[in-house]
Design a protein around this ligand. Structure first.
Ligand SMILES: Nc1ncnc2c1ncn2[C@@H]1O[C@H](COP(=O)(O)OP(=O)(O)OP(=O)(O)O)[C@@H](O)[C@H]1O
Length: 339
């Protein structure tokens, strides 16, 4: 693997808030690395500490313990001017969009460029380019109140990337949107990640958001990291209790492996193994135990086979097999002595 410096690294990070009600430890012992160009998800229940975590990334909140590194440099050692530059290189979008109501769409997108001292005409030209990128070229004179939620978030995205940031921090950016609009916004974030190489950090409480676009995920539970890893791995085999809860919902309680039925799934180079296994878990709400896997990745498609164990519960098995039929992934049941 390429030896790259993480764009964001947190090392033993903690954040405590002290007020009249006493001290709230919002984050404890958080260590993680976000690599340039990846889409990194942070998921957790309400109050877990997600927003505080993302605000520590650009020092909107100053941690009370540990260190944050941006491109290898500790933020705690930076002077104000350098910290401002780091902040400028991290765009941010929010659940409530935070657009300026008195400004048009074009005016909103020009705003950060005005602050950065970009000449007016240059800023307008760039804003128009960005409007094209987010699919709103015909709405430059509209005011935020005249836009739908999805359109507002598109404007917020264009504004956040106007000054060419290296990182885009998204705090519950799709939580106020319906499922179809959510899908479209996530697709746009993926396109921006791929075409511009911007690292994207997504904070959410919805596993479907993580599944749709993230490469890796950190699960935050009660101020700590419960689990961190490749989305495909975490989905297929959540190790933490909270991970099982978030991914499997009520089905998490039913997990009992060792007594289940075994199926050989054959990957013939037509499908990719990761979405197949994570969809089995997420769409079918059935936990999967991967007993054996010998698959090779060929241009994103898997070839080889995998043996999975499913809980011995007929309706669950039925759902998984129907899913595999629909996905045109061949399978067969195997006996325990065939392992
Ligand atoms: N400025 C603050 N002062 C005092 N306590 C705070 C402050 N900001 C956050 N907290 C507390 O820190 C904990 C974590 O909050 P945070 O907003 O980071 O969680 P979250 O996972 O983003 O939750 P949600 O999705 O509900 O926003 C909570 O107990 C919260 O009340």
């Amino acid at each position: 693997m390429e030896n790259k410096t993480p764009i964001i690294r947190m090392d033993g990070l903690g954040k405590a808030f002290t007020g009249s009600q006493g001290t709230v430890r919002a984050l404890e012992d958080i260590s993680l690395e976000i690599m340039p160009g990846e889409i990194f998800g942070i998921i957790g229940l309400s109050g877990a500490g997600k927003s505080t975590l993302v605000r520590c990334m650009n020092y909107l909140e100053v941690p009370t313990e540990g260190e944050v590194y941006y491109d290898g440099k500790p933020l705690s050692e930076m002077q104000d001017a350098e910290l401002r530059k780091v902040r400028q290189s991290m765009g941010m979008i929010f659940q409530q969009f935070n657009l300026l109501a008195q400004r048009t769409v074009l005016g909103n997108i020009c705003f950060p460029m005005e602050i950065a001292g970009t000449p007016r005409e240059e800023a307008k030209a760039r804003a128009r380019e960005l409007l094209k990128l987010v699919g709103l070229e015909d709405r430059e004179n509209a005011y935020p109140a005249q836009l739908s939620g999805g359109q507002k978030q598109r404007v917020a995205i264009a504004r956040a990337i106007a000054t060419n940031p290296k990182v885009l921090l998204c705090d519950e950016a799709t939580s106020a949107l319906d499922p179809n609009t959510t899908k479209a916004i996530l697709q746009l974030l993926k396109e921006i990640n791929q075409s511009m190489g911007i690292t994207v950090v997504i904070i959410t409480h919805e596993m479907a958001v993580i599944e749709a676009v993230c490469d890796r995920v950190a699960i935050i539970d009660k101020s700590h990291i419960a689990e961190i890893g490749e989305v495909s791995r975490v989905f297929a085999e959540p190790k933490s209790k909270i991970g099982r809860q978030l991914i499997l919902g009520d089905a998490a309680e039913k997990v009992e492996f060792g007594t289940g039925r075994l199926f050989r799934i054959i990957f013939d180079g037509l499908a990719s193994s990761e979405p197949v296994i994570s969809n089995v878990v997420l769409a079918c709400k059935v936990p999967v135990n991967i007993m054996y896997a010998a698959t090779r990745d060929i241009k994103g498609k898997a070839a080889g086979q995998m043996i999975i164990e499913l809980p011995d519960h007929e309706p669950d098995i039925e759902r998984v097999l129907q899913y595999l039929d629909r996905a045109k992934v061949p399978y067969e049941e195997v006996g325990k002595n065939e392992l």
